[in-house]
Design a protein around this ligand. Structure first.
Ligand code: R5P
Length: 315
């Protein structure tokens, strides 16, 4: 592992430290203090010439600062003659803007991909993209991890009886079906309509949840509207306990309050994004760490070993 070096920006230090601990490697020395006028600045404070470099930085809020810091990190490593640079992006920001669905709008997820490649990234390691097709926005290899092994281990231990896995919208059906197979439950789907960034309507329910315990799975919680509306609908339709497994805890606006007021027993998320203090204080929220999964992926990429071994086998 001599040639492997891990660095991290400022976006999620606890996760980066946990990954470093898993790999039994220190985090590389670097400085990322902005200039007095707010411009980002990054300096790598150790030799990286000829090394296999992994830079850990989710591009969560503040998105532009974190993205810029990552780009500067990559550029610094590139100009310092690193042999290979992998951008480890546990949460890929701007992913929702992945197509031109009206006139005169950008495809931001593609622009970010272009910027990462232009800065000098050789590979990308990321987690649960909002749309899996974003992998194709890159012309460099992308390793796309899913949190299934971590959530599945947690919910298997809970051994929830009479389980129905619910997709809160049609976009997540495949994920929900996978969980239903892995955990041995039934599948139900909600037909969601989104009116704006914060307004959604949970319409029809395909499947039945009457008398069943429910696990809602989603890629992210942003305003909390999707999960809250889904939970109310499921309760109306006779669901018993409602659990949530959502990968990225974006948690903006009144997400925590919305979920606190919804008929949800437990909300599990991962640590791809630092968990907000408000949620940390409530027992109904639990963050599961992906440090082991990401650390193992880094080890395997470095050793040119299979990463698909980290995917869960379907039942
Ligand atoms: C939608 O396509 C996504 O999978 C999530 O359901 C959505 O981004 C969650 O957003 P919010 O929490 O604001 O409803």
């Amino acid at each position: 592992m001599n040639q492997l070096k891990i660095f991290a920006g400022s976006a999620n230090r606890p996760l980066a430290k946990a990954i470093a601990k898993y790999l039994r490697k220190p985090l590389g020395k670097a400085t990322w203090t902005p200039f007095p006028d707010g411009e980002s600045f990054v300096k790598i404070n150790e030799d990286v010439r000829g090394r296999d470099i992994f830079i850990i930085q989710p591009t969560c809020a503040p998105h532009n600062d974190n993205l810029m810091e990552l780009l500067l990190f990559i550029d610094a490593a590139h100009r310092a003659s690193a042999d290979r640079i992998t951008a480890v992006i546990p949460y890929y920001g701007y992913a929702r803007q992945d197509r031109k669905d009206e006139g005169r709008v950008p495809i931001s997820a593609k622009l970010v991909a272009n910027m990462l490649e232009a800065a000098g990234a050789d590979r990308i390691l990321t987690v649960h993209l909002h749309a899996y097709q974003i992998q194709g926005f890159f012309d460099i290899p992308v390793d796309h991890l899913l949190p299934e092994p971590v959530f599945a281990a947690f919910y298997r231990k809970m051994a929830i009886k009479d389980l129905t896995v619910v997709s809160p919208d049609v976009g997540n059906v495949k994920t929900a079906r996978n969980y239903a197979r892995i955990l041995g439950g039934e599948l139900a789907i909600i037909d969601k309509e989104r009116f704006s960034g914060t307004e959604v309507r949970a319409g029809n329910l395909i499947g039945t949840v009457d008398g069943r315990n429910v696990l809602i799975v989603d890629d992210m919680i942003t305003s909390g509207g999707t999960i809250a509306k889904a939970a109310h609908l499921l309760k109306e339709r006779g669901a018993r306990d409602i659990y949530v497994a959502a990968t990225h805890a974006v948690m903006c606006e009144n997400a925590v309050a919305r979920l606190r007021d919804a008929p949800v027993k437990l909300v599990t998320v991962t640590d791809t994004i630092p968990f907000c203090n408000e949620a940390r204080q409530l027992r109904m929220f639990k963050a599961l760490s992906l440090a082991g999964l990401l650390g193992e992926a880094i080890r395997r990429i470095h050793r040119h070993e299979s990463v698909s071994r980290l995917f869960l086998r379907r039942r």
